[in-house]
Structure formats: structure tokens, C-alpha cells
Design a protein around this ligand. Structure first.
Ligand SMILES: Nc1ncnc2c1ncn2[C@@H]1O[C@H](COP(=O)(O)OP(=O)(O)OP(=O)(O)O)[C@@H](O)[C@H]1O
Length: 772
């Protein structure tokens, strides 16, 4: 029966009881949105026409108010749960009740009011009102009703109206009180794994509501559910609560116990911390030999280091050299060599920490064998490390080789081994030290005859975190397999000759060694592994794959450094001499702000590396800056450095930058790792880095070797939350100061910038025309 439908204000009973009218709801209004509001009456009754008209209007108003309430209720239900629902800040719903309503009608209306209804004004001179949110088109209608078009109210109706008014006011007051007491501060930071920056929520939208009152929870629950007595027929989409956009979350650092249980080798659960600023003069690094204290480094090495301008050993060198060097004096004693994991800031001298012991120990050799393998992630780093090793090895007859794809594979083969035709069981290496990228290394292991790792004494993995993440054909497994003897007698079909120079460990593993001799010798052992990085991992899975031998873990960091949230899982080491800033700005202001940084005397940018997110944006930015320098007369020389440039070209650009002929070097992350460019005064991340690791390596191109340096990151407004959470999860928020550049500071560059924009646009449209 139609009269049972919820949107009918008058119940059948009322009608009967009051002897009033019976109206089929579908015929009340011809236009449901009330715009036309023309009454299509039917079922004429005894009631006077005027009364019928006013009752119909009252129903219309009630219906309209109810629709509005449904909408508001749905809005509330859809609001994100962590956000405070404060009725006072929401659009208020003012329901104006015509004076002609019966007590029962009013009761219905009040009961149907959702909890957030701000106020109810009743009839002329209503006591409370809030900003009406009813569409203008219907307001006129409302006003008419409020003026009491329906005639004078009876006493009974008046009483009911007052009662309803009081009740509504009371409810509204209670709600406001409850909402006020539970409203969170606008800027909320919750100290937990779930980070809340500002008023936004991270950690997959989870929020710590513990500090909110229970009342609030109940209120929210109540609000999110449509009132039971309402016939809510909303679109599915409208009624669905909106999901907060999920943000990347920081995984909490695992506990030491967990790491150990998962297989972290013993020895790595505790690190030895070394103060970053620790220095020790070359002559004072001593060691004991036959009861006498002697210098830890040879005279030859001392002389080479002095030539290079090294007066003191840096912390990473002072910590590691005494552990590695004594063996240079007793080269036979290979027993119990520890493997080392070293986490040290960018530019802290890690290269010398492994290069010095390698040269010192291997310079005592008589026959050339491949005894040191240094693996690096990029060709450019291979070239850089080779230069350092060659400087240190000058005056020795040690041979240093590189394989990294700079030359053809055939050329590399000729450099690596004596003979490509006749197989020698101990190999025929032409180099003592090999510096390689993983890709080329495994190609040679599988395809170059006489290339063997059986004599390896050192395996160095620099930029270890990156290389351990690189799964290229399982390079690490393959390399490690080649450093261990197998028991298949290496496929030996013939008798081993003295010239074969098979490594003793291989001989004994195959039962081919001189047993009586090997009993006297100390047990030989495999090569010593040294892993270095500024962002070192202790992920058990990755570390376990290295098969480390009684490893030791050293962390070089400033005693002033904040304890990192990742000190167990991943270690980020940032030089203490680095100053860091960030600018949060609208994307369209990025170029002008960059120009301001470069040119304002306040920042004293003499030589800057500017990082972009891709090769393409690098090329565009180079063009923009070049044109700007011309238009502005800035005089700075700009160059790009990207992976699609030829190696010779890249080398030339780096040399020009190093000599100061280029002041602004715009690059992609290609240069971010390991590159040692001592002249860099500023690192500017024009595009934010993807993660903390990238950030550390980028900013580490300045403030090297104890020098001071400055890093700027330009953060677009919409990226701010993400970037801050990167810093926060590494415990590095405080170190990066937020700076605001005033609008007027950009004024001097605007004219030139407009000229540049015009020129770029023209160029762009010409480019398009020519390709069309
Ligand atoms: N003891 C020292 N005295 C003076 N300069 C040194 C010393 N040790 C290293 N350096 C210089 O410090 C600079 C940085 O060294 P290196 O490239 O080895 O740093 P790194 O720790 O490997 O950095 P990254 O993590 O960025 O690769 C180099 O120019 C190097 O010559």
C-alpha cells in the first residue's frame, strides 16, 4: 500500500484519526524536485481547499528537507574516517517548518533529522538558524511557507512546535559538544610506524586514533550509517565511503633477533661504529711484527700517498687497514681471514681503504695471477677506480686490467689471458687486478679460455647494495662458484704439470695435492670478501648469498648523526660536512627558483651538479638554462651528462667540469653513484630522488673528503608528502631544512625567463613542423 512508503509524511492512521485527507503520494507533486511545484490534487475530500494546499506545501517542504538530510548523511558516510566530522564546519541544514504542521508531523520531522542537523528554525521568528544550504530555487518557496501562509496555528500545534524546537536544539548542542571534544589538532604527528604528516595519513591509510575519545568513535560510527528509519535510495557510488589515496609506506626495521633467525651471519648482528672525523697520520698507523712496532704501510706506499696529497688516513681507512695489512708481511698465513662489510658516507675514502691493502699485499707476488677482482656497477666507475689503482701501483710491476664494455669482447679477451687456444689448468692471466662490471665479467667467465678465479685473494664489491640488487644472470652466484673448487677434478683428463699452476686449494680439493706438504701448511682459504657502500644492506637473504666467512661489520658515521630507523636493516651514511635544504613549490615555479639558486649571491653556487629524473628532462633543462644564461647575461656554462653520450664525450665533459670550464652540469642518476668530482660545491635535485638511497648518493657528490658542500632539493607541492616520508623513514627529517623563496626574489629573472620561454616555444613548434 502506497501510504506505507516512508516518504509519506502523514500516516494512514493520522489521516484516519484526524479524519483528514488521503493522498496518493505519487500524485502529490507532479515535479519531484519542486521546481515547478504545481499541485496535482486528487481524491477530493471534505477538507477546505486552503488547508489542503498548505498541507501539501508542508509535505513538500518535509520531503525536500528529508532529501537534503539523506544527501548530507551520505556525504558524511563517504567522508574519510580519519577526518573530523564537525557539524559546525559543514554546510548546515536549515529546515523551516511551516506553522501549520501537526504535532505528529513535527515529531516525524525531528526524529528523521540526521544527527548532524545544525539547527531547526520553526515558523516565523525561528530561534536558531545556520547558513542555509538549500538551493536558491527552493528558498523562495520556503520563505513563503515560513510566512505562515497556511493560517494561524492552534495551541496544540504551537506546544508541539516548541517542544520539537527545544529537542532539536538540545540534540544539536550535544552533537557540537561531542564533536568539539574529539576534534584533532589540524597539524598532527603521531609517533608510530604509521606516519602522519600534516593532516594526511600514510601507512596505507591507517590512523592511530587512540588519542581520540571513544565518544568520537561512536559518533563516527553513527554518522557513517544511514538512520534506520530513512528510506535511503542513493546511487551506489554516492553511498560508498571514499578510500584515502594509499601512499608508499615505510617498512619498519626488523629486529636484530629476527635478522639472526632469518640467517644473518653471526658477526653482523653488531656493528663497530667508527667516528667519521677520526684521522690518523700516515706515519702513525703501526702494527706489530716479531715483537717490534713497525709502520703499517711500506715506504713505497707512503711515498705514493704523499704524492697524492694524503697526509692522514680517513676513518674508514684507519679502521680497515690494520685489519688487512699485517697479512702483507706474512703472505702465507691465510688462516681465518674475516670478510668485511663497510658502511661509510659518500666521499669518505672507501676506494683507498681497499686499494692500499690490495697493492701492498699483491706487490709481493712473483707470478702474475688474477688475485684481486673489484666489481663496480658502471663503466664510469670502473675507469675512475682504475685511475686510483694505477696511481698507487706506480713503481710496482702489478698489472691492472678493466672489463666494462668500453672495448670489444675480443679485445678484452686479449687483455685478460695469455693464450686463448691451449688450456692451462691454472689459467693464464695477464692481469693481477681486474676491475669489472658484472655483465662483462660473467661473459668472460663462460667464454674466455684460461680465465679463472681460482687464485683470487680479494673479492671487492663496491657500491654493494646496488650490485646485490642486480640479478643480471645471477652474476654473484656464478662468481662465487668460480672462486670455489669443485670435486669433479675440474674435468682434468691429463696429469697436472708444474706449469699448470693450479691453486693449492684446487689441488687438495681434487685429491691431487702433495698430502705431506699440505699437512704442514696452514689451511688455505678462499678469497677475502670486502663489501662497501654508503647505503649498505643487512638484508639476511642478500647477505647470506655471499657465503661470508666470519664477517665483521663496520659503520663509519658522525657521532652527531641521528640514530637511523634503519640502523638494523639498511644503513644510510651522509657526510657530516653536508648542509641540506629543500624548497617546496608549485611545479611551474621550479625553473625560476632553480635560476634564483644559481644566480643569487646568497647561495654562492660556483659549481653545481643538477639532477633530473630522466635523460629527456636533462636535455630540456640544459636548453632552458643555456638560453637563460644568454638572455640574462649570467655567464655560467651549462653542459649535460647522460647515458646516451659516447664515453669519450662524457670523459671530456667531466674533465671540463673538473677544471671549472663548466659550472652547471645537468645529469641523470647515472653520475649519482661513486663518481668523485672534487670541485662540486652544490648538488641540486631539480627532480626529487626516487628513494633515500638515491638521495644519499646524489647529495654525496658534494661534501667529499671532509670538504663542506650544500644540497638542495626542489620538491613540487604534490610530492612534498612523499619526499618528507622518505626522509622521515630514514630518520633524516631534521637535517633537511625547509626554505621559502619570496616571490619578489624571483622578479629580476622574469623578463629573461619570458624571452627564453618564447624562444623555446618557437623552437618546439618548428621542431614539430619539421617532423610533420
Ligand atoms: N686519506 C685521505 N686524504 C685525503 N683525501 C683522501 C683520502 N682518502 C680519500 N681521499 C679523497 O677523497 C675523495 C673521495 O674518496 P672516494 O672516492 O674513495 O670516496 P667513497 O667513499 O668511495 O665515495 P662514494 O661512496 O661516493 O663512492 C677522493 O678524491 C679521494 O682521493
Amino acid at each position: 500500500m502506497a501510504t506505507k512508503r516512508k516518504h509519506v509524511v502523514f500516516s494512514q492512521e493520522d489521516d484516519r484519526g484526524g479524519g483528514g485527507i488521503e493522498i496518493h503520494p505519487s500524485r502529490l507533486w507532479s515535479n519531484d524536485n519542486g521546481a515547478g511545484n504545481h499541485y496535482v490534487g486528487h481524491n477530493a475530500s471534505d477538507a477546505p481547499k486552503k488547508k489542503k494546499k498548505s498541507e501539501a506545501k508542508a509535505r513538500y517542504l518535509q520531503k525536500k528537507a528529508r532529501r537534503k538530510r539523506k544527501l548530507d548523511s551520505a556525504k558524511k558516510a563517504a567522508a574519510p574516517k580519519h577526518k573530523e566530522w564537525n557539524p559546525t564546519t559543514e554546510e548546515g541544514v536549515t529546515v523551516t517548518m511551516p506553522a501549520t504542521l501537526s504535532a505528529e508531523q513535527e515529531r516525524h520531522m525531528v526524529e528523521d533529522m540526521p544527527d548532524n542537523t545544525a539547527s531547526i528554525s520553526c515558523g516565523p521568528g525561528a530561534a536558531t538558524s545556520t547558513k542555509p544550504s538549500i538551493p536558491e530555487s527552493s528558498q523562495g518557496q520556503e520563505e513563503k511557507s515560513t510566512l505562515g501562509e497556511g493560517g494561524p496555528a492552534t495551541e496544540e500545534m504551537e506546544r508541539a512546535r516548541r517542544k520539537a524546537e527545544k529537542r532539536a536544539k538540545r540534540e544539536a548542542r550535544n552533537l557540537q559538544k561531542a564533536a568539539k571534544s574529539s576534534a584533532p589538532e589540524p597539524e598532527t604527528t603521531v609517533a608510530s610506524d604509521n606516519h602522519i604528516i600534516g593532516d594526511a595519513v600514510t601507512a596505507g591509510g591507517r590512523v592511530d586514533l587512540s588519542e581520540f575519545s571513544q565518544e568520537k568513535d561512536e559518533l563516527e560510527k553513527k554518522e557513517s550509517e544511514p538512520p534506520q528509519n530513512m528510506d535511503v535510495r542513493l546511487d551506489e557510488d554516492e553511498a560508498q565511503p571514499l578510500q584515502a589515496f594509499p601512499l608508499p609506506t615505510a617498512v619498519p626495521a626488523p629486529s636484530t633477533n629476527l635478522l639472526l633467525r632469518q640467517g644473518l651471519p653471526t658477526g653482523l648482528e653488531e656493528a663497530t661504529f667508527v667516528e667519521e672525523n677520526f684521522r690518523i697520520p700516515l706515519s702513525e698507523l703501526k702494527m706489530q711484527q716479531r715483537g717490534r712496532e713497525v709502520s703499517a704501510i711500506s715506504e713505497h706506499m707512503s711515498a705514493r700517498l704523499s704524492e697524492l696529497g694524503v697526509i692522514d688516513f680517513f676513518a674508514v681507512q684507519a679502521a680497515l687497514l690494520p685489519k688487512l695489512l699485517p697479512l702483507s708481511l706474512t703472505p702465507l698465513k691465510y688462516a681465518n681471514l674475516h670478510d668485511y662489510l663497510i658502511s661509510a658516507p659518500t666521499g669518505s675514502g672507501k676506494t683507498l681503504a681497499y686499494a692500499i691493502p690490495i697493492i701492498e699485499i699483491l706487490s709481493a707476488r712473483t707470478i702474475t695471477r688474477l688475485r684481486a677482482l673489484i666489481v663496480l656497477p658502471t663503466k664510469d666507475l670502473v675507469v675512475q677506480v682504475r685511475e686510483t689503482l694505477e696511481l698507487l701501483a706506480k713503481g710496482t710491476d702489478l698489472k691492472i686490467g678493466t672489463i666494462g664494455g668500453q672495448h670489444s669482447f675480443a679485445h678484452e679477451q686479449k687483455v685478460l689471458v695469455e693464450d686463448l687456444e691451449i688450456k692451462e689448468l691454472g689459467g693464464s692471466s695477464k692481469v693481477d687486478i681486474l676491475i669489472a662490471t658484472p655483465g662483462r665479467l660473467i661473459d668472460h667467465l663462460s667464454q674466455t679460455p684460461n680465465f679463472t678465479l681460482q687464485h683470487l685473494r680479494f673479492l671487492v664489491i663496491d657500491e654493494a647494495d646496488r650490485l646485490l640488487n642486480q640479478s643480471y644472470q645471477d652474476w654473484l652466484m656464478m662468481v662465487l662458484r668460480h672462486t670455489r673448487p669443485t670435486d669433479d677434478k675440474m674435468g682434468l683428463e691429463r696429469e697436472i704439470m708444474p706449469d699448470d699452476h693450479v691453486a693449492p686449494l684446487w689441488m687438495s680439493a681434487c685429491g691431487l695435492g702433495d698430502k705431506s706438504h699440505s699437512l704442514l701448511d696452514p689451511p688455505e682459504q678462499q678469497c677475502q670478501k670486502l663489501l662497501f657502500s654508503a647505503t649498505l644492506t643487512r638484508d639476511p637473504a642478500k647477505v647470506a648469498s655471499l657465503s661470508l666467512n666470519s664477517p665483521r661489520y663496520y659503520i663509519i658515521q658522525s657521532s652527531l648523526a641521528q640514530p637511523s630507523a634503519h640502523s638494523i636493516g639498511e644503513q644510510f651514511a651522509i657526510p657530516a660536512s653536508l648542509t641540506e635544504f629543500m624548497l617546496i613549490l608549485p611545479p611551474q615555479l621550479k625553473p625560476l627558483n632553480l635560476i634564483h639558486l644559481i644566480h643569487s649571491p646568497e647561495y654562492a653556487v660556483s659549481s653545481a651538479l643538477i639532477f633530473t629524473k630522466s635523460v629527456e628532462s636533462c636535455v630540456r633543462l640544459v636548453k632552458l638554462l643555456e638560453y637563460f644564461e644568454v638572455a640574462f647575461g649570467g655567464g655560467k656554462v651549462v653542459q649535460g651528462y647522460t647515458s646516451d653520450m659516447r664515453p669519450a664525450e662524457r670523459k671530456k665533459v667531466l674533465a671540463a667540469f673538473g677544471q671549472g670550464d663548466v659550472q652547471l652540469l645537468v645529469c641523470s642518476d647515472l653520475i649519482a653513484r661513486g663518481m668523485d668530482l672534487p670541485t662540486v660545491s652544490h648538488v641540486i635535485s631539480y627532480d626529487i630522488p626516487l628513494d633515500m638511497r638515491k638521495y644519499v648518493h646524489r647529495v654525496g657528490r658534494t661534501a667529499r673528503a671532509g670538504r663542506s658542500g650544500t644540497a638542495w632539493t626542489l620538491v613540487e607541492k604534490q610530492e612534498a608528502l612523499h619526499f618528507k616520508s622518505i626522509l622521515k623513514s630514514a630518520g633524516h627529517t631534521k637535517q633537511v631544512k625547509k626554505v621559502k623563496v619570496k616571490e619578489e626574489s624571483l622578479g629580476p629573472y622574469k623578463d629573461s625567463y619570458e624571452v627564453v620561454m618564447k624562444r623555446l616555444k618557437e623552437e618546439f613548434s618548428h621542431g614539430r613542423e619539421s617532423t610533420e
